[in-house]
Design a protein around this ligand. Structure first.
Ligand code: HEC
Length: 447
C-alpha cells in the first residue's frame, strides 16, 4: 500500500514539474506559435480579414501587450458563444492556460526560441471536395463603399439565369475586399416559369437605411410580374470573416433552382473605409446530381417571425430591458444551425429548449453580444429536438449611454418599427435551420 502511494506521488511530481518547467519560460517557437497559428493566423494573414498579420515572431512580439489585452478580455479570437454553455463545430476559443501562457511570454520579454526551425504557415484550405464549381455569379455593377469611415449595410439581388431547372448542393460566397466585407446572408429566390420577365429591372443593391423591410422586395424589384411573392429558400449562404464555408453532409441541403432565380442578400455589411473602394465579391454555385433528398427548412422566431417578442420590443431611452420569445416545435427535427440575431444595443442572448420529458437542451448563450460577430453556429452533430419541445429565448438590451455601442447620444427610444431592418432600430430573432428528424441523425457530424 505504502509502496503504491509513493509510486503515484513520484509520477505526479514528474508530470507536474515537466509541464510547469515548460511553462516557466515559454518561448515563441515552442509554445506561442502553435496557439497563434491555430487561433489567430487564419484571419491575421495576407489577404485575411484582420488589420495586421499575426504569423511570425516579429508580428506577434511587436503587438505583445495588445494581444495580452484582447485575449484576456476575450475580444480575440472573436467567438461570442459561451463555450461553458455549449460547443459548436469550428469553435475558436483559447483556454485559460493558453491565455496565461501568452501573458507570461509577453511579461518575460517575448523570448523567440528556435524560430529558425519554425515551419512556414499555411492557411487552412477547404478540404471538402464539392467537385468543380458549376458556375460563378457576379454582379453587373460592383459595390461602392464611399471613403467616409462609416459602416455600410446593403440589400442586394444577384440575378441568375440557367439553361434549365436543376439542383445545387452549396453556394459559396467569395469576398473580394476581405478587410471590408464583414458579414453576409443570402437567400435563394426561384421564379416559376413565366412569372418574371426581366431579372435585371430595378437596382442591384440599395442602402438598407433607405428602405423599410416590407418594401425591400419591391425596391429591388424582386416580386413576380403580377406583384405576388416568389418562392424563397432561406439562408443558402452565409459569411463572416474566418468562418469556413459551410455545407451539410451528403443527402442534405440540395436546393431546387429554377432557370430564372436570384440570390437575395437581406444583409451585406461593409466595414468603414477611409478611401472610396469598389468591391466585386461573388458567388460560386456547386450543382447537385439529383432531387434534393432532404431540403433544409428554417424556423425564424421573434421579430418578423413565427412567434412574437414579449413584451413588444421597445427599449425606452436610458433603460435596460429583457425580452422573451417562446416557440413550440411542431415536429421532430434535427437542428443544423442556430442563428441568434440582435442589433447594436443587444447585450445578452440565451436560448434553450425544454423537451416534453422535462429535460433541457442547451442551444446557445452569449454573454457579451457583439453586433459585428454574428455567426451561424453549427452543433458538432445534428441535434435532435423532439416535437412538443418548447424553445425559450431571453434577450437583454442596454439603451443607456453606458453602452458604447448605443448609436444615439443622448439615448433615444429604440424599437422594432414594424420590422424595419435598419441597424439603428432593433431586432430580436432566433433562426433555426433544420431537416425533419430521421433515426440516426444525432450521430451525423457537422464538423
Ligand atoms: C475571425 C477572424 C479573426 C480571428 C480568428 C482573430 N482575429 Fe484579431 N481581428 C480580426 C479583425 C477583423 C480585427 C479588426 C477589428 C475588429 O473588427 O474587431 C481584429 C483585431 C485584432 C486586434 C486589434 C484590436 C484593437 O483594439 O486594435 C488584435 C490585437 C487582434 N485582433 C489579435 C488577435 C489574436 C491574438 C487572435 C488569436 C488569439 C485573433 N486576433 C484572432 C479578426 C480576427
Amino acid at each position: 500500500m505504502f509502496y503504491r502511494v509513493i509510486l503515484i506521488y513520484i509520477v505526479f511530481i514528474g508530470l507536474f514539474s515537466c509541464s510547469e518547467s515548460k511553462k516557466e519560460n515559454p518561448d515563441f517557437a515552442a509554445d506561442i506559435a502553435p496557439i497563434i497559428r491555430k487561433n489567430c493566423s487564419k484571419c491575421h494573414v495576407d489577404g485575411g480579414a484582420g488589420p495586421f498579420n499575426l504569423v511570425n515572431y516579429e508580428d506577434v512580439a511587436s503587438k505583445g501587450k495588445l494581444i495580452t489585452y484582447v485575449t484576456e478580455n476575450k475580444i480575440m479570437p472573436p467567438w461570442p458563444a459561451d463555450p461553458e454553455y455549449t460547443h459548436f463545430a469550428g469553435e475558436t476559443v483559447l483556454s485559460y492556460e493558453e491565455i496565461n501562457l501568452i501573458k507570461k511570454w509577453v511579461e518575460q520579454g517575448a523570448i523567440p526560441g528556435d524560430t529558425a526551425n519554425l515551419e512556414t504557415y499555411k492557411k487552412p484550405e477547404n478540404k471538402v471536395d464539392l467537385g468543380k464549381a458549376g458556375m460563378t455569379v457576379f454582379l453587373a455593377k460592383p459595390f461602392l463603399i464611399p471613403g467616409d469611415n462609416s459602416d455600410r449595410f446593403y440589400v442586394v439581388k444577384f440575378p441568375i439565369e440557367l439553361p434549365y431547372d436543376t439542383f445545387i448542393r452549396a453556394v459559396e460566397f467569395v469576398p473580394h475586399k476581405k478587410k471590408l466585407v464583414h458579414h453576409m446572408n443570402a437567400h435563394l429566390i426561384n421564379y416559376e416559369d413565366g412569372k418574371k420577365s426581366n431579372l435585371h429591372k430595378g437596382p442591384y443593391w440599395i442602402n438598407q437605411d433607405q428602405s423599410e423591410s416590407v418594401r425591400i422586395h419591391k425596391d429591388l424589384d424582386l416580386l413576380n410580374d403580377d406583384g405576388s411573392y416568389p418562392e424563397m429558400t432561406p439562408s443558402v449562404s452565409n459569411y463572416l470573416p474566418g468562418s469556413q464555408f459551410s455545407f451539410y453532409p451528403h443527402g442534405i441541403g440540395g436546393f431546387r433552382i429554377k432557370k430564372k432565380s436570384a440570390l437575395y442578400l437581406n444583409d451585406i455589411h461593409f466595414g468603414p473605409s477611409a478611401k472610396e473602394e469598389l468591391d466585386s465579391s461573388y458567388f460560386k454555385l456547386y450543382f447537385g446530381k439529383g432531387p434534393a433528398e432532404r431540403p433544409v427548412s428554417e424556423f425564424q422566431i421573434g421579430t418578423l417571425g413565427l412567434s412574437p417578442v414579449v413584451p413588444e420590443l421597445i427599449i425606452p431611452a436610458n433603460e435596460k430591458k429583457t425580452f422573451y420569445i417562446q416557440f413550440t416545435v411542431p415536429q421532430d427535427i434535427s437542428l443544423l444551425s442556430i442563428v441568434p440575431h440582435m442589433h447594436l444595443i443587444g447585450k445578452k442572448f440565451l436560448a434553450y429548449a425544454i423537451k416534453p420529458s422535462g429535460d433541457t437542451i442547451r442551444l446557445i448563450r452569449i454573454n457579451n453580444w457583439d453586433f459585428r460577430w454574428q455567426y451561424f453556429y453549427q452543433p458538432k452533430k445534428m441535434l435532435f429536438v423532439p416535437r412538443g419541445s418548447v424553445i425559450y429565448v431571453v434577450g437583454d438590451y442596454d439603451n443607456t449611454s453606458e453602452n458604447p455601442n448605443n448609436p444615439f447620444d443622448p439615448p433615444r427610444e429604440i424599437s422594432e418599427k414594424n420590422g424595419s431592418m435598419k441597424t439603428t432600430d432593433e431586432m430580436f430573432q432566433l433562426i433555426l435551420t433544420y431537416v425533419p428528424y430521421q433515426k440516426g441523425d444525432e450521430e451525423k457530424s457537422l464538423e
